[in-house]
Design a protein around this ligand. Structure first.
Ligand code: NAI
Ligand code: MN
Ligand code: ZN
Length: 338
């Protein structure tokens, strides 16, 4: 089989590897489609502190169960599945309080262990979620990015009357927009980005108002219009954003952050406490696959609106370069395995 391997930072190879055999409790997935994510590019460049090399990357993938390890229900053979990359121990403190995404021995498929940019991938059977016929193969490969949005919004508990502000109209910002609009019915969703084409995608994904902060400063513009966001999501993740979000938030607002920058930013207790703001962080997803699958099957989420490219898996290096360099025309890029 062919596997996309990051042999060491900066070196990507399409390797021929032996067909893996599923261990006890695992299924083998014949991969059909896999999505490229910013974190795959980070592992490629050696910018992910958790990654070990060589590594088969890819944590957003869909395929068919084609072999079973010992103890797995034989009825699962042939099942269409989307794979949750979060592998957790099930008994540590975070696992015991329903937060397997921050398990003390967390293993992320495609980061800590080999992932889905491969003709076949063996994964724990419980991580392979059945996908109903209402969701196409391509869209099923995009369930994972929506689980990120499902996770952060579960912390934020959006209400229809919220005035929402989302920083960043990349794949993450767009899945958050769709979740706020399609699932929670938030009436006012503002989106800010520095790239005009990305703001157009934000509109196509349901944003009510868009703002280009490369052209003018957002805080002043909101103030002039008398807008104080009650719910803010930072899906751009520059360290300067949280202080700005705190400053322009309404009293009693909730702010969600999802960035991994190690750079410092400056905050005061007063700016947070005087408005009694709630700040939530969100990492990956805590068992949100069934919920997102149901939302997608019900038509509340539409992955097609952020899907811009689908390329043969053999073109992975070119696809990753395009994904990284061309934010104006690229959003979600899928690799097709055959
Ligand atoms: P992306 O790079 O495609 O999108 C980020 C967008 O933010 C770009 O369109 C960019 O123009 C915009 N942006 C950057 N700085 C800005 C600023 N100061 N003001 C307004 N817009 C700005 O990235 P993607 O894939 O959408 O991911 C977004 C972030 O979410 C990344 O930092 C990533 O590491 C993080 N992430 C976190 C996850 C989690 O579980 N916590 C999961 C996946 C991604
Ligand atoms: Mn991802
Ligand atoms: Zn655990």
């Amino acid at each position: 089989m062919r596997s996309v391997v990051i042999e060491q930072p900066g070196r990507l190879a399409l390797q021929t590897r032996a067909l893996p055999q599923p261990a006890a409790g695992e299924v083998r997935v014949k991969v059909k489609f896999a999505g490229i994510c910013g974190s795959d590019v980070h592992i490629y460049h050696g910018h992910n502190p958790f990654a070990r090399y060589p590594r088969v990357i890819g944590h957003e993938f869909f395929g068919l169960v084609d072999a079973l390890g010992e103890g797995v229900d034989p009825a699962r053979l042939g099942e269409r599945v989307s794979v949750d990359p979060v592998v957790s121990c099930g008994h540590c403190y975070p696992c015991s309080v329903g937060r397997p995404n921050v398990c003390t021995s967390l293993q992320v498929i495609g980061v800590h262990r080999d992932g889905g940019f491969s003709d076949y991938a063996c994964v724990p059977a419980r991580n392979a979620y059945p996908v109903p016929a209402a969701i196409s193969d391509r869209h099923a490969a995009m369930i994972e990015p929506f689980t990120i949005a499902a996770n952060i919004t579960a912390h934020l508990q959006p209400r229809p009357d919220d005035i929402a502000l989302i920083y960043g109209a990349g794949p993450m910002g767009l899945t958050v927009i769709q979740t706020l609009k399609g699932v929670y019915g938030v009436k006012q969703v503002w989106v800010v980005d520095r790239i005009a084409e990305r703001l157009e995608m934000a509109r196509a994904n349901g944003a009510d108002e868009v703002f280009n902060n490369a052209e003018a400063a957002l805080p002043q513009a909101l103030q002039q219009r008398g807008v104080q966001p009650t719910l803010i999501v930072d899906a751009a993740c520059h360290p300067a954003i949280l202080p700005e979000a705190i400053a322009l938030a309404s009293p009693a607002a909730r702010i969600g952050i999802m960035g991994f920058s190690g750079d410092a930013c400056t905050l005061t207790q007063q700016s947070i406490t005087s408005k009694e703001l709630s700040i939530f962080s969100s990492r990956l997803n805590s068992a949100r696959f069934p919920q997102v699958i149901a939302w997608m099957a019900d038509g509340k989420l539409d992955p097609q609106r952020l899907l811009t490219h689908c390329v043969p898996a053999g073109d992975v290096e070119r696809a990753m370069q395009m994904f990284e360099r061309d934010q104006r025309t690229c959003c979600k890029v899928l690799l097709q395995f055959e």
